[in-house]
Design a protein. Structure first.
Length: 110
């Protein structure tokens, strides 16, 4: 009887680990997707020469893609060259744990 209980506990622990491992991997993939999207936005803004129309288009597309927001602030370097601070806000979720965190990624378009 002791062996059956230990086996059952082992199976339950493996199932528990499989579920949470899958949830963690899914959340990590969402983070990786947000990082790739941010890099694509930075590249697009750089290729356009910091054009306002492209920045607005990227902001609209970020909302359509399900991200919380995309903020682009035009700034200048200390040498007077134009650049932009690009911040992408997204949600990091693990539903079973009821974990919902807001994350953001920052980068510069030059």
């Amino acid at each position: 009887m002791k062996g059956a209980v230990e086996t059952m506990m082992g199976i339950l622990m493996l199932a528990w680990m499989a579920v949470f491992g899958t949830l963690y991997i899914t959340a990590s993939l969402n983070t990786q997707q947000a990082q790739r999207y941010h890099a694509a936005v930075v590249a697009e803004i750089e290729a356009s020469g910091l054009a306002d129309s492209v920045i607005e288009s990227c902001k609209e597309q970020a909302i359509k893609n399900g991200y919380s927001s995309l903020d682009v602030k035009k700034i200048q370097t200390i040498y007077g060259y134009p650049c932009a601070l690009v911040e992408l806000d997204y949600r990091y979720t693990i539903p079973v744990l009821d974990l919902l965190l807001d994350h953001h990624i920052k980068g510069y378009a030059r």
